[in-house]
Design a protein around this ligand. Structure first.
Ligand code: HEC
Length: 141
C-alpha cells in the first residue's frame, strides 16, 4: 500500500513538473527576441549594406539616414529616391561618391514599410508612409 501511495505521489510530481516546464520556458522568449517591424527585414535585405544597420552610412560613399531632410522631409521626394535611385546630390551639405540604385522592384507595401521603418528609427521621428502614397508616386513617375 505504501508503495502504491509513493508511486501515485511520484507520478503526480512528474506530471506537475512536466506541465510547468513549457510555461516557465515560454515567458522570457519575447523579451529576448522582440518581433521585427515589417520594414526592418526589407531594410536589412536591401539597404543595410550601404546605409549600415544603424543608418550611419559610410563617410564619402553612402549618406546617413539619421536626421536628414531627405528622410524626414517631403514624402514624395523620399519615395522617388527609392523608385528612381539618386546620384550627384548633396545630403546635408556633403557629397557622396556612390550612386543609389533604383529599388522599383519592391512592392508598394514593401516601400511603405521600409520608409516607415527608416522614418521612425535611427533617431528619426517622422510620420509613416502608406502604400497608397507609394502607389500614386509610382503612377506619376
Ligand atoms: C548601393 C548602395 C545603396 C543601397 C543598396 C541603398 N542606398 Fe540609399 N543611397 C545611396 C547613395 C550613394 C545615396 C546618395 C546618392 C547621391 O549622392 O546623390 C543614397 C541616398 C539615399 C537617401 C537620400 C539621402 C539621405 O541619406 O537621406 C535615402 C533616403 C536612401 N538612400 C534610402 C535608402 C533605402 C531605404 C534603401 C533600401 C531600400 C537604400 N537607400 C539602398 C546608396 C545606397
Amino acid at each position: 500500500m505504501k508503495l502504491l501511495i509513493f508511486l501515485v505521489c511520484l507520478s503526480t510530481t512528474i506530471a506537475v513538473a512536466q506541465t510547468k516546464k513549457p510555461a516557465a520556458k515560454a515567458s522570457p522568449k519575447p523579451a529576448a527576441a522582440p518581433a521585427k517591424l515589417p520594414g526592418q527585414l526589407i531594410y536589412e535585405q536591401n539597404c543595410l549594406t550601404c546605409h549600415q544597420a544603424n543608418g550611419s552610412g559610410v563617410p564619402n560613399l553612402n549618406p546617413p539616414l539619421r536626421g536628414t531632410d531627405w528622410v524626414n522631409g517631403d514624402k514624395t521626394r523620399l519615395i522617388n529616391v527609392i523608385l528612381k535611385g539618386l546620384q550627384g546630390q548633396e545630403v546635408e551639405g556633403d557629397a557622396y561618391d556612390n550612386a543609389m540604385p533604383a529599388h522599383d522592384f519592391l512592392t508598394d507595401d514593401q516601400i511603405a514599410d521600409v520608409l516607415t521603418y527608416v522614418r521612425s528609427n535611427f533617431g528619426n521621428k517622422a510620420s509613416a508612409i502608406t502604400a497608397e502614397e507609394v502607389k500614386s508616386a509610382r503612377a506619376a513617375k
